[in-house]
Design a protein around this ligand. Structure first.
Ligand SMILES: [Zn+2]
Length: 431
Protein backbone atom coordinates (compact mmCIF):
# COMPACT_ATOMS: atom_id res chain seq x y z
CA UNK A 1 0.00 0.00 0.00
CA UNK A 2 1.15 3.54 -0.69
CA UNK A 3 2.13 5.14 2.60
CA UNK A 4 0.02 8.00 3.75
CA UNK A 5 2.21 10.76 5.07
CA UNK A 6 -0.28 13.43 6.12
CA UNK A 7 -3.59 13.70 7.90
CA UNK A 8 -6.90 14.36 6.22
CA UNK A 9 -6.71 18.17 6.43
CA UNK A 10 -4.07 19.75 4.28
CA UNK A 11 -3.18 23.28 3.27
CA UNK A 12 -1.02 23.69 0.20
CA UNK A 13 0.59 27.08 0.79
CA UNK A 14 2.97 29.37 -1.10
CA UNK A 15 1.96 28.16 -4.55
CA UNK A 16 3.70 30.26 -7.21
CA UNK A 17 1.18 29.49 -9.95
CA UNK A 18 -2.04 27.60 -9.32
CA UNK A 19 -3.73 26.29 -12.46
CA UNK A 20 -7.33 25.90 -11.31
CA UNK A 21 -8.91 25.14 -14.72
CA UNK A 22 -12.06 26.47 -12.99
CA UNK A 23 -15.10 27.09 -15.08
CA UNK A 24 -17.94 25.17 -16.62
CA UNK A 25 -18.16 21.41 -16.22
CA UNK A 26 -18.28 20.47 -19.89
CA UNK A 27 -15.22 19.85 -22.01
CA UNK A 28 -13.47 23.00 -23.26
CA UNK A 29 -13.69 23.88 -26.93
CA UNK A 30 -12.12 26.52 -29.13
CA UNK A 31 -10.60 29.54 -27.32
CA UNK A 32 -11.84 28.24 -23.92
CA UNK A 33 -9.20 25.50 -24.13
CA UNK A 34 -6.60 28.17 -23.39
CA UNK A 35 -8.28 29.25 -20.15
CA UNK A 36 -6.44 27.52 -17.33
CA UNK A 37 -7.62 29.81 -14.49
CA UNK A 38 -4.16 30.81 -13.34
CA UNK A 39 -3.80 32.33 -9.86
CA UNK A 40 -0.43 33.56 -8.57
CA UNK A 41 0.41 33.53 -4.86
CA UNK A 42 -2.19 30.88 -4.20
CA UNK A 43 -3.19 28.26 -1.65
CA UNK A 44 -5.46 25.21 -1.68
CA UNK A 45 -7.31 23.88 1.34
CA UNK A 46 -8.20 20.16 1.33
CA UNK A 47 -10.29 18.13 3.75
CA UNK A 48 -11.84 14.66 3.72
CA UNK A 49 -10.41 13.99 0.27
CA UNK A 50 -12.02 17.06 -1.31
CA UNK A 51 -10.98 20.59 -2.12
CA UNK A 52 -12.57 22.95 0.40
CA UNK A 53 -11.25 26.16 -1.11
CA UNK A 54 -8.69 27.33 -3.66
CA UNK A 55 -7.62 30.86 -4.45
CA UNK A 56 -5.28 33.63 -3.44
CA UNK A 57 -3.38 32.71 -0.31
CA UNK A 58 -4.44 35.79 1.62
CA UNK A 59 -8.10 34.92 1.02
CA UNK A 60 -7.65 31.24 1.87
CA UNK A 61 -5.91 32.08 5.15
CA UNK A 62 -8.93 34.19 6.13
CA UNK A 63 -11.31 31.30 5.32
CA UNK A 64 -13.57 30.53 8.30
CA UNK A 65 -12.75 26.84 8.05
CA UNK A 66 -9.02 27.55 8.47
CA UNK A 67 -9.63 29.63 11.57
CA UNK A 68 -11.83 27.04 13.26
CA UNK A 69 -9.72 23.97 12.33
CA UNK A 70 -6.20 25.32 12.70
CA UNK A 71 -5.08 22.57 15.09
CA UNK A 72 -6.06 19.80 12.64
CA UNK A 73 -4.40 21.40 9.66
CA UNK A 74 -1.12 20.23 8.16
CA UNK A 75 0.71 22.53 5.85
CA UNK A 76 2.57 21.64 2.68
CA UNK A 77 4.89 24.49 1.70
CA UNK A 78 4.96 24.53 -2.12
CA UNK A 79 7.88 27.03 -2.16
CA UNK A 80 6.68 28.97 -5.17
CA UNK A 81 6.16 25.92 -7.42
CA UNK A 82 3.36 25.25 -9.88
CA UNK A 83 0.30 23.28 -8.73
CA UNK A 84 -2.25 21.88 -11.15
CA UNK A 85 -4.98 19.21 -11.08
CA UNK A 86 -3.54 15.70 -10.99
CA UNK A 87 -3.06 14.74 -14.63
CA UNK A 88 -5.64 12.38 -16.14
CA UNK A 89 -4.34 9.72 -18.51
CA UNK A 90 -7.56 8.79 -20.32
CA UNK A 91 -6.10 6.08 -22.62
CA UNK A 92 -3.68 3.37 -21.43
CA UNK A 93 -3.03 -0.33 -22.10
CA UNK A 94 -1.20 -1.44 -18.93
CA UNK A 95 -2.13 -5.17 -18.90
CA UNK A 96 0.90 -6.64 -20.67
CA UNK A 97 3.89 -8.66 -19.54
CA UNK A 98 6.87 -7.71 -21.70
CA UNK A 99 8.25 -4.96 -23.91
CA UNK A 100 8.07 -5.71 -27.63
CA UNK A 101 11.73 -5.43 -28.54
CA UNK A 102 11.75 -7.55 -31.72
CA UNK A 103 9.07 -5.32 -33.26
CA UNK A 104 11.04 -2.28 -32.08
CA UNK A 105 14.16 -3.36 -33.96
CA UNK A 106 12.15 -4.41 -37.04
CA UNK A 107 10.61 -0.96 -37.16
CA UNK A 108 14.02 0.67 -36.86
CA UNK A 109 15.06 -1.48 -39.83
CA UNK A 110 12.17 -0.06 -41.85
CA UNK A 111 9.10 -2.30 -41.32
CA UNK A 112 5.73 -0.52 -40.93
CA UNK A 113 3.14 -1.13 -38.20
CA UNK A 114 0.97 -3.06 -40.63
CA UNK A 115 3.88 -5.17 -41.96
CA UNK A 116 4.88 -6.08 -38.40
CA UNK A 117 1.29 -7.02 -37.55
CA UNK A 118 0.95 -9.12 -40.72
CA UNK A 119 4.13 -11.03 -39.75
CA UNK A 120 2.61 -12.04 -36.37
CA UNK A 121 4.13 -9.17 -34.40
CA UNK A 122 2.23 -6.24 -32.97
CA UNK A 123 -0.70 -6.78 -30.61
CA UNK A 124 -0.81 -10.53 -31.30
CA UNK A 125 2.78 -10.98 -30.08
CA UNK A 126 1.75 -9.82 -26.58
CA UNK A 127 -0.97 -12.49 -26.35
CA UNK A 128 1.14 -15.44 -25.22
CA UNK A 129 2.67 -13.51 -22.32
CA UNK A 130 -0.73 -12.46 -20.99
CA UNK A 131 -2.43 -15.80 -21.62
CA UNK A 132 0.34 -17.68 -19.79
CA UNK A 133 0.68 -15.21 -16.91
CA UNK A 134 -0.69 -15.70 -13.43
CA UNK A 135 -3.14 -12.97 -12.51
CA UNK A 136 -0.92 -11.66 -9.71
CA UNK A 137 2.11 -11.42 -11.99
CA UNK A 138 0.04 -9.41 -14.45
CA UNK A 139 -1.29 -7.22 -11.62
CA UNK A 140 2.33 -6.47 -10.60
CA UNK A 141 3.08 -5.27 -14.13
CA UNK A 142 -0.05 -3.12 -14.18
CA UNK A 143 0.84 -1.59 -10.83
CA UNK A 144 4.40 -0.88 -11.98
CA UNK A 145 2.89 1.16 -14.82
CA UNK A 146 0.43 2.95 -12.53
CA UNK A 147 3.19 3.89 -10.08
CA UNK A 148 5.36 5.27 -12.87
CA UNK A 149 2.39 7.37 -14.01
CA UNK A 150 1.87 8.70 -10.48
CA UNK A 151 5.52 9.77 -10.32
CA UNK A 152 4.96 11.77 -13.51
CA UNK A 153 1.94 13.62 -12.13
CA UNK A 154 -0.97 11.35 -13.07
CA UNK A 155 -3.66 10.58 -10.48
CA UNK A 156 -6.47 9.19 -12.68
CA UNK A 157 -6.05 6.47 -15.30
CA UNK A 158 -8.24 4.74 -17.85
CA UNK A 159 -6.89 1.17 -18.14
CA UNK A 160 -7.73 -1.28 -20.91
CA UNK A 161 -7.49 -5.03 -21.25
CA UNK A 162 -6.86 -6.25 -24.80
CA UNK A 163 -3.78 -8.48 -24.85
CA UNK A 164 -5.62 -11.65 -23.88
CA UNK A 165 -8.36 -11.84 -26.53
CA UNK A 166 -10.04 -14.89 -25.02
CA UNK A 167 -12.80 -14.93 -22.43
CA UNK A 168 -10.51 -16.22 -19.72
CA UNK A 169 -7.56 -13.94 -20.38
CA UNK A 170 -9.61 -10.77 -20.91
CA UNK A 171 -11.31 -11.44 -17.54
CA UNK A 172 -7.88 -12.10 -16.00
CA UNK A 173 -6.58 -8.80 -17.41
CA UNK A 174 -9.50 -6.85 -15.96
CA UNK A 175 -9.08 -8.61 -12.61
CA UNK A 176 -5.38 -7.69 -12.68
CA UNK A 177 -6.29 -4.04 -13.35
CA UNK A 178 -8.75 -4.14 -10.45
CA UNK A 179 -6.15 -5.70 -8.16
CA UNK A 180 -3.54 -3.08 -9.09
CA UNK A 181 -6.12 -0.31 -8.61
CA UNK A 182 -6.74 -1.52 -5.05
CA UNK A 183 -3.07 -0.92 -4.28
CA UNK A 184 -2.88 2.47 -5.95
CA UNK A 185 -4.11 5.71 -4.38
CA UNK A 186 -5.58 7.30 -7.51
CA UNK A 187 -8.68 6.56 -9.55
CA UNK A 188 -8.75 3.83 -12.21
CA UNK A 189 -11.47 3.45 -14.85
CA UNK A 190 -11.28 -0.05 -16.38
CA UNK A 191 -12.13 -0.71 -20.03
CA UNK A 192 -12.75 -4.00 -21.84
CA UNK A 193 -10.82 -4.01 -25.13
CA UNK A 194 -11.58 -7.54 -26.34
CA UNK A 195 -12.11 -5.79 -29.69
CA UNK A 196 -8.41 -4.99 -30.09
CA UNK A 197 -7.60 -7.37 -32.98
CA UNK A 198 -8.90 -10.76 -34.11
CA UNK A 199 -6.88 -13.42 -32.24
CA UNK A 200 -5.05 -16.02 -34.36
CA UNK A 201 -7.47 -18.87 -33.59
CA UNK A 202 -10.26 -16.83 -35.25
CA UNK A 203 -8.15 -15.76 -38.21
CA UNK A 204 -10.45 -17.49 -40.68
CA UNK A 205 -13.61 -16.56 -38.79
CA UNK A 206 -13.47 -12.97 -37.53
CA UNK A 207 -17.27 -12.82 -37.27
CA UNK A 208 -17.08 -15.78 -34.90
CA UNK A 209 -14.77 -13.76 -32.66
CA UNK A 210 -17.13 -10.76 -32.74
CA UNK A 211 -19.93 -13.18 -31.73
CA UNK A 212 -17.80 -14.36 -28.80
CA UNK A 213 -17.14 -10.77 -27.69
CA UNK A 214 -20.80 -9.75 -27.99
CA UNK A 215 -22.46 -12.90 -26.67
CA UNK A 216 -20.04 -14.09 -24.02
CA UNK A 217 -17.28 -11.66 -23.00
CA UNK A 218 -19.30 -8.41 -22.77
CA UNK A 219 -22.21 -10.01 -20.84
CA UNK A 220 -19.78 -11.65 -18.40
CA UNK A 221 -17.76 -8.50 -17.82
CA UNK A 222 -20.95 -6.48 -17.34
CA UNK A 223 -22.36 -9.00 -14.88
CA UNK A 224 -19.15 -9.02 -12.85
CA UNK A 225 -18.78 -5.22 -13.12
CA UNK A 226 -15.17 -5.58 -14.20
CA UNK A 227 -15.20 -2.68 -16.65
CA UNK A 228 -17.12 0.55 -17.22
CA UNK A 229 -16.31 0.89 -20.90
CA UNK A 230 -16.09 -1.27 -23.98
CA UNK A 231 -13.47 -0.08 -26.47
CA UNK A 232 -13.01 -1.24 -30.08
CA UNK A 233 -10.14 -0.82 -32.54
CA UNK A 234 -11.89 0.18 -35.75
CA UNK A 235 -9.12 0.03 -38.35
CA UNK A 236 -7.96 -1.86 -41.42
CA UNK A 237 -6.43 -5.09 -40.07
CA UNK A 238 -8.47 -4.88 -36.84
CA UNK A 239 -12.29 -4.51 -36.98
CA UNK A 240 -14.64 -3.10 -39.63
CA UNK A 241 -17.16 -0.38 -38.91
CA UNK A 242 -19.98 -2.97 -38.85
CA UNK A 243 -18.10 -5.22 -36.42
CA UNK A 244 -17.19 -2.22 -34.25
CA UNK A 245 -20.83 -1.11 -34.17
CA UNK A 246 -21.96 -4.58 -33.17
CA UNK A 247 -19.60 -4.60 -30.19
CA UNK A 248 -20.62 -1.08 -29.16
CA UNK A 249 -24.31 -1.98 -29.41
CA UNK A 250 -23.72 -5.07 -27.25
CA UNK A 251 -21.93 -2.90 -24.68
CA UNK A 252 -24.84 -0.45 -24.51
CA UNK A 253 -27.35 -3.31 -24.27
CA UNK A 254 -25.46 -4.49 -21.18
CA UNK A 255 -25.36 -1.06 -19.56
CA UNK A 256 -21.76 -0.23 -20.41
CA UNK A 257 -20.41 2.90 -22.05
CA UNK A 258 -18.26 2.86 -25.16
CA UNK A 259 -15.13 4.38 -26.67
CA UNK A 260 -13.26 3.61 -29.87
CA UNK A 261 -9.79 3.67 -31.44
CA UNK A 262 -10.51 5.27 -34.84
CA UNK A 263 -8.82 7.11 -37.70
CA UNK A 264 -5.27 6.17 -36.62
CA UNK A 265 -3.98 4.95 -39.99
CA UNK A 266 -7.05 5.12 -42.24
CA UNK A 267 -10.16 7.36 -42.06
CA UNK A 268 -13.46 5.86 -40.92
CA UNK A 269 -16.88 7.44 -41.25
CA UNK A 270 -17.81 8.25 -37.67
CA UNK A 271 -21.55 8.87 -38.03
CA UNK A 272 -22.56 5.26 -37.32
CA UNK A 273 -20.29 4.93 -34.28
CA UNK A 274 -21.61 8.20 -32.82
CA UNK A 275 -25.07 6.59 -32.48
CA UNK A 276 -23.63 4.63 -29.54
CA UNK A 277 -22.70 7.86 -27.68
CA UNK A 278 -19.03 6.99 -27.19
CA UNK A 279 -17.24 8.86 -24.41
CA UNK A 280 -14.24 9.27 -26.72
CA UNK A 281 -12.79 8.67 -30.14
CA UNK A 282 -9.08 8.04 -29.76
CA UNK A 283 -6.12 8.71 -32.10
CA UNK A 284 -8.05 10.80 -34.69
CA UNK A 285 -5.02 11.29 -36.95
CA UNK A 286 -7.07 11.32 -40.15
CA UNK A 287 -10.63 12.54 -39.53
CA UNK A 288 -12.76 13.31 -42.60
CA UNK A 289 -13.98 16.89 -43.03
CA UNK A 290 -17.60 15.75 -43.27
CA UNK A 291 -17.49 14.31 -39.74
CA UNK A 292 -16.22 17.48 -38.02
CA UNK A 293 -19.54 19.30 -37.54
CA UNK A 294 -21.28 16.27 -36.05
CA UNK A 295 -18.33 15.63 -33.74
CA UNK A 296 -18.32 19.26 -32.62
CA UNK A 297 -21.98 18.95 -31.70
CA UNK A 298 -21.49 15.72 -29.73
CA UNK A 299 -20.22 15.03 -26.21
CA UNK A 300 -17.63 12.61 -27.57
CA UNK A 301 -14.12 13.80 -26.72
CA UNK A 302 -11.33 13.40 -29.29
CA UNK A 303 -8.32 11.91 -27.48
CA UNK A 304 -5.04 12.58 -29.30
CA UNK A 305 -2.12 10.24 -28.65
CA UNK A 306 1.11 11.79 -29.98
CA UNK A 307 3.28 9.32 -28.04
CA UNK A 308 2.32 6.71 -30.67
CA UNK A 309 3.27 9.00 -33.57
CA UNK A 310 6.57 9.76 -31.86
CA UNK A 311 7.42 6.12 -31.15
CA UNK A 312 6.34 4.88 -34.59
CA UNK A 313 8.61 7.52 -36.09
CA UNK A 314 5.79 9.18 -38.00
CA UNK A 315 6.39 12.57 -39.55
CA UNK A 316 2.71 13.44 -39.21
CA UNK A 317 0.92 14.07 -35.92
CA UNK A 318 -2.81 14.46 -35.23
CA UNK A 319 -3.91 17.85 -36.53
CA UNK A 320 -4.93 19.34 -33.20
CA UNK A 321 -5.40 22.89 -34.53
CA UNK A 322 -7.88 21.72 -37.16
CA UNK A 323 -9.93 19.83 -34.55
CA UNK A 324 -9.81 22.65 -31.96
CA UNK A 325 -10.79 25.24 -34.55
CA UNK A 326 -13.70 23.03 -35.70
CA UNK A 327 -15.02 23.10 -32.11
CA UNK A 328 -14.16 19.52 -31.11
CA UNK A 329 -13.39 18.74 -27.48
CA UNK A 330 -9.75 17.60 -27.54
CA UNK A 331 -7.91 15.65 -24.84
CA UNK A 332 -4.43 14.11 -24.62
CA UNK A 333 -3.27 10.74 -23.25
CA UNK A 334 -0.15 8.57 -23.28
CA UNK A 335 -1.57 5.43 -24.97
CA UNK A 336 0.87 3.62 -22.62
CA UNK A 337 1.39 0.22 -24.32
CA UNK A 338 4.24 -2.12 -25.26
CA UNK A 339 4.00 -1.77 -29.03
CA UNK A 340 3.49 1.85 -30.01
CA UNK A 341 3.81 4.11 -26.96
CA UNK A 342 5.79 2.75 -24.02
CA UNK A 343 5.72 5.92 -21.92
CA UNK A 344 3.92 6.50 -18.61
CA UNK A 345 4.52 10.25 -18.83
CA UNK A 346 1.76 12.77 -19.52
CA UNK A 347 4.31 15.64 -19.39
CA UNK A 348 6.21 13.87 -22.16
CA UNK A 349 3.02 13.76 -24.27
CA UNK A 350 2.43 17.46 -23.61
CA UNK A 351 5.79 18.18 -25.27
CA UNK A 352 4.99 16.94 -28.83
CA UNK A 353 1.44 18.26 -28.42
CA UNK A 354 3.09 21.68 -28.32
CA UNK A 355 6.12 21.24 -30.59
CA UNK A 356 4.54 19.06 -33.30
CA UNK A 357 0.80 19.68 -32.95
CA UNK A 358 1.07 23.41 -32.22
CA UNK A 359 -1.12 23.38 -29.14
CA UNK A 360 -0.21 26.09 -26.64
CA UNK A 361 1.14 24.90 -23.28
CA UNK A 362 -2.13 26.09 -21.70
CA UNK A 363 -4.22 24.14 -24.22
CA UNK A 364 -2.15 20.99 -23.72
CA UNK A 365 -2.57 21.22 -19.94
CA UNK A 366 -6.35 21.76 -20.24
CA UNK A 367 -6.45 18.75 -22.60
CA UNK A 368 -4.65 16.67 -19.95
CA UNK A 369 -6.87 17.72 -17.04
CA UNK A 370 -10.36 19.19 -17.58
CA UNK A 371 -10.93 17.64 -21.03
CA UNK A 372 -9.33 14.32 -20.10
CA UNK A 373 -11.78 14.21 -17.17
CA UNK A 374 -14.63 14.75 -19.65
CA UNK A 375 -13.26 11.90 -21.80
CA UNK A 376 -13.84 9.65 -18.78
CA UNK A 377 -17.12 11.41 -17.85
CA UNK A 378 -15.50 12.49 -14.58
CA UNK A 379 -15.79 16.23 -15.14
CA UNK A 380 -18.00 16.70 -12.06
CA UNK A 381 -15.37 15.32 -9.69
CA UNK A 382 -11.98 15.72 -11.38
CA UNK A 383 -9.86 17.80 -13.73
CA UNK A 384 -10.14 21.20 -12.02
CA UNK A 385 -9.16 22.70 -8.66
CA UNK A 386 -12.43 24.03 -7.26
CA UNK A 387 -14.39 23.62 -4.03
CA UNK A 388 -16.09 20.22 -3.93
CA UNK A 389 -13.82 18.51 -6.45
CA UNK A 390 -11.59 15.59 -5.50
CA UNK A 391 -8.34 16.81 -3.94
CA UNK A 392 -5.99 15.34 -6.58
CA UNK A 393 -3.09 17.73 -7.13
CA UNK A 394 0.29 17.62 -8.83
CA UNK A 395 3.11 19.82 -7.51
CA UNK A 396 5.58 20.53 -10.30
CA UNK A 397 9.05 21.87 -9.53
CA UNK A 398 9.03 24.78 -11.97
CA UNK A 399 8.34 28.52 -11.66
CA UNK A 400 6.16 28.87 -14.75
CA UNK A 401 3.55 26.38 -16.00
CA UNK A 402 4.89 26.64 -19.56
CA UNK A 403 8.01 24.82 -18.36
CA UNK A 404 5.92 21.64 -18.07
CA UNK A 405 5.83 21.58 -21.88
CA UNK A 406 9.30 23.06 -22.33
CA UNK A 407 11.56 20.64 -20.40
CA UNK A 408 10.86 17.54 -22.45
CA UNK A 409 11.59 14.13 -20.97
CA UNK A 410 12.62 15.74 -17.68
CA UNK A 411 10.22 14.72 -14.97
CA UNK A 412 9.65 17.81 -12.81
CA UNK A 413 6.82 16.30 -10.74
CA UNK A 414 7.94 16.94 -7.15
CA UNK A 415 5.03 15.59 -5.19
CA UNK A 416 1.46 14.33 -5.53
CA UNK A 417 -1.56 14.85 -3.33
CA UNK A 418 -4.25 12.26 -4.06
CA UNK A 419 -7.66 12.35 -2.36
CA UNK A 420 -6.24 15.04 -0.08
CA UNK A 421 -3.25 12.99 1.08
CA UNK A 422 0.44 13.41 0.33
CA UNK A 423 1.89 10.38 -1.43
CA UNK A 424 5.24 8.87 -1.25
CA UNK A 425 6.25 7.18 -4.45
CA UNK A 426 7.05 3.68 -3.21
CA UNK A 427 4.50 0.91 -3.41
CA UNK A 428 4.04 -2.69 -4.40
CA UNK A 429 1.37 -5.36 -4.14
CA UNK A 430 2.80 -6.80 -0.92
CA UNK A 431 2.78 -3.62 1.14
ZN1 LIG B 1 -4.70 2.55 -27.65
Amino acid sequence: MIKKTAGPYLLLANIGQLLTLRGDTGPRRGPALNDIGLIEGAAVLCGAGKIIAAGRQRDILRHAWVKSNKSKLKELDCRGKVVLPGLIDCHTHPAFMKPRLVDFEKRIAGATYEEIAAAGGGIRSSLAGVRDAKRNALAEKVLTGFNAMLRHGTSTIEAKSGYGLSTESEIKSLEAIREAARHWPGTVKPTLLAGHVVPPEFKENPEGYVDLVCEEIIPLVARRRLAEYVDVFCERGAFTLEQSERMMAAARAHGMDTRAHVCQFTPSSLHGLLKHSPASFDHMDCVADHDLAELAGSNTVSVLLPGANYFLGHKEYPNARRLIEAGLAVALATDYNPGTSPTPSMPFVISPACTHMKMTPAEAIAASTANAAAALRLQRSKGTIEAGKDADLAIIDVDDFREIAYWFSWNRCAEMVVAGERQDFTADLRG
